[in-house]
Design a protein around this ligand. Structure first.
Ligand code: NOJ
Length: 747
């Protein structure tokens, strides 16, 4: 192991005295909280000028232009002066090394920089979008995907990712649902923890792990009307019960940083919310990493109307608990005078500097600031065969079979000509989806390419766009229909462009854009077998398509291996097992529609469909098009023998699941619970467990789940969490709507 401080002793006299190489080597494996390391950081802070301290609290972005990365030349000057603590959007070994060199050779205290980046669903090997990955319900595979992302990102100089995004979202109009795990809090917690573990590994000082940043704290997913950046307002009980737990799960998993959200909650923007950032996060949850803003969100406090000047915005943010300003320069420009005027304290500035320096220590950067600049790793550890295989597997696992009448899929053997029709059939760029980090779209396998290579030489595979994603140009219809008419099987690739979801991509109409429904109609009319393959970053309201298409496979945006992984499912090499983690509405008017809703005082009952004064619509049923947890298989499963019993504080649940079809398949068996009577109203059901099981054809498995009374606890109006004895209904089934049920008494 190289000891940076040994051979750079001359240039690092001061720090070397504080951090001897031997001690540093140990400290990176231990914690930055260890007493001797704490003392060293305190010493370092004592030696810093105010400007140097403010520098540690400032994060700036680098830019990439056609010739590669570039940094505003002024930033380089600032790094040299010790007035920048972290850089984002800078990667590749040479570039990172150059910038790091300025920090550790030219600045007075030689404090290394952290390099952050949005590694959201892979770095170079792009995995399916997070919402797609969530539909696999495969926590180990999700963790593994983030491990690969971390290996690739750290091989290119990055040591901090702005992920995971764990915002619970019940409104598919919001484009950022693509970045999260969906609508369920329980599953969201499991996925949050898995992703943090994948990124951070067991040892942050290892050269292939990086600091994760859970975001966007908090409740960004509840933006009113699904419009990005919009206001959030809800009861404290809802906030604690539904929105906060996934951030807490990330904190409990040891996440190293937290990003504030753009939104306000009950009138207080997150970035200046002292209750949120200090009372809750630091004091109650014992978070000991650092808090960064989202992009310029301190500056935005003026637009929110809670600060009359940038200076005031900086003051209330620092005092609320924000440690690092992303891109806003507000700390850089205001903390000096705020301190002089005693509007902020040196103690608070020191506290913020401390957590940033601790992060650098945890990463091992004081030991070796070039730890993440290993050219050999960059050459060998990116887009490896293993990474591509994992990505391909994740594509097939995240596919959800929404409809399959007359066993249209898998594509039957003996088919001689396959037509891939539709605007997304051969589009490399769209396969990445949004936030594709350093992903190169040219390396993506399109659906057409995946089908072409799987079909083999004896099958002719042809393609036609038919139309564009989002306009009214019908000139391609004729050729598409002609191709369909002469083909044995048609794969119809429809959906949204990759950029139609993600940040700043809210939509009010979430049916297929443009004239894609018309294209589908024209193709389906040919009477040929048609399977629709959907590409989209949110649940779509595809009632019209669902009525006419024989088969629909939801594939999200699969990333680098999209076409191969989808072809695995289309040809039946992989039996689909994904289940949606967000409800698909029938139309936009139903939104928000989610499974764990309340019953109301006048619930609609299917047994009395014409009742007027009940909670229902006149023009649409209450139930969604596809419920949470829904997803078909090429085989069929049957459930029997549900038996729940209570033993002290434990609830044992047994069920039998049989594969009643002709091929092996995996089933995601879901467990829900309803608290029948509470001191406040409780949801009609809540996910409390699942098992993903492989069942051979004809096989029956007996499964068991164990819950404890803690699993029945919920937040009360005084924000205390406890369970209440009484009747509970246990639901076990293939999705949130189709279940076996049993009522039990828990006292
Ligand atoms: C704004 C986004 O809200 C956030 O998720 C992202 O990490 C930052 N920009 C940095 O790119």
């Amino acid at each position: 192991m190289q000891h940076f401080f040994q051979f750079r002793l001359a240039g690092f006299l001061f720090i070397a005295l504080l951090f001897s190489s031997r001690n540093m080597a140990q400290s990176t494996q231990m914690s930055a909280q260890a007493p001797d390391n704490k003392a060293k950081i305190d010493e370092l802070i004592k030696s810093m000028t105010l400007d140097e301290k403010i520098g540690q609290l400032s994060l700036f972005t680098s830019d990439w232009d056609k010739t590669g990365p570039s940094l505003n030349s002024n930033y380089k000057k600032l790094i040299r002066k010790g007035e920048v603590g972290a850089i984002f959007n800078a990667y590749t070994v040479d570039y990172v090394r150059d910038l790091q060199r300025i920090a550790v050779e030219d600045s007075r205290l030689k404090i290394p920089l952290i390099f952050g980046y949005d590694v959201i669903h892979g770095h170079r090997t792009i995995f399916p979008i997070p919402l797609g990955q969530a539909c696999s319900w495969d926590l180990a595979a999700i963790e593994h995907a983030e491990r690969i992302a971390a290996i690739e990102a750290t091989a290119e100089g990055i040591n901090w990712t702005f992920a995971p995004m764990v915002d619970i979202a019940r409104d598919p109009r919001w484009g950022r649902v693509a970045e999260g795990a969906g609508e369920d809090t329980w599953l969201g917690c499991k996925i949050a923890a898995a992703r943090v573990k994948g990124f951070q590994g067991g040892d942050l000082a290892a050269d292939n792990t990086l600091i994760a940043c859970v975001k966007h704290f908090a409740a960004y997913g509840a933006a009113q009307s699904g419009r990005d950046y919009n206001t959030v307002d809800m009861s404290q009980v809802s906030l604690y019960e539904w929105y906060l737990p996934p951030y807490k799960a990330a904190v409990d998993a040891g996440v190293g940083s937290v990003m504030t959200s753009f939104n306000e909650i009950a009138g207080v923007p997150s970035t200046c919310n002292k209750w949120l950032l200090t009372d809750l996060l630091r004091n109650d949850w014992k978070f000991n990493g650092f808090v960064v803003t989202d992009y310029t969100s301190i500056n935005e406090l003026m637009s929110h109307g809670v600060a009359g000047s940038i200076k005031e915005a900086a003051k209330i943010s620092l005092n609320a608990g924000v440690d690092m300003d992303m891109q806003g320069s507000t700390y850089l420009n205001s903390l000096d005078s705020l301190l002089k005027e005693k509007q902020v304290s040196m103690a608070r500035i020191d506290e913020a500097v401390k957590v940033v320096l601790e992060a650098k220590m945890k990463l091992g950067l004081f030991d070796d600031p070039y730890r993440y600049c290993n050219a050999l790793r960059q050459e060998k550890e990116i887009m490896t065969t293993e990474a591509l295989a994992a990505a391909r597997k994740m594509v097939s696992e995240s596919c959800v079979l929404l409809k399959n009448s007359k066993q249209t899929l898998p594509i039957p053997a003996g088919v001689k000509t396959i037509a891939v029709i539709g605007p997304l059939g051969d589009s490399k760029k769209d396969m990445l989806g949004n936030w594709s980090a350093a992903g190169n779209w040219e390396k993506c396998v399109t659906l057409y390419e995946g089908v072409r290579s799987r079909a083999g030489n004896n099958v002719e595979v042809l393609s036609e766009n038919g139309c564009n994603v989002n306009d009214a140009d019908r000139s391609g219809f004729e050729a598409a229909v002609k191709l369909a008419a002469k083909s044995d099987f048609i794969i119809l690739a429809l959906g949204e462009n990759g950029w139609m979801s993600g940040e700043a991509s809210s939509r009010t109409s979430i049916d297929l854009p443009g004239i894609q429904n018309e294209l589908a109609e024209a193709i389906i009319k040919t009477g040929k077998p048609v399977a629709v393959v959907l590409f989209n970053g949110r649940p779509l309201a595809i009632t019209r398509l669902n009525a006419m298409a024989p088969a629909i496979l939801e594939t999200w945006y699969g990333g680098t291996q999209a076409g191969n992984g989808i072809a695995d499912v289309l040809f039946g090499d992989v039996n689909p097992s994904g289940k949606i983690t967000m409800t698909f509405p029938r139309n936009e008017g139903q939104i928000p529609v989610f499974y764990n809703a309340k019953n109301t005082g006048r619930p609609y009952r299917a047994s009395d469909p014409d009742a007027k004064y009940v909670s229902r619509y006149l023009d649409c049923s209450n139930d969604p098009l596809f419920p949470f947890g829904f997803g078909l298989s090429y085989t069929s499963f049957s459930y029997s023998g549900l038996a729940a019993s209570v033993n002290g504080s434990q609830i044992q649940i047994a069920v039998k699941v049989a594969n009643t079809g002709n091929i092996d398949g995996e089933e995601i068996v879901q467990l829900y619970v309803q608290d029948k009577v509470g001191s406040i109203t409780r949801p009609v059901k809540e996910l409390k467990g699942f098992q993903k099981v492989l069942l051979k054809k004809g096989e029956t498995k007996s499964l068991s789940f164990t819950l404890t009374t803690d699993d029945l606890a919920f937040y009360h109006p005084d924000l205390k969490k406890f369970w209440e004895p009484g009747e509970f209904v246990i639901y076990v089934g293939t999705n949130s709507s189709e279940t076996l049920t049993q009522s039990i008494q828990v006292n």
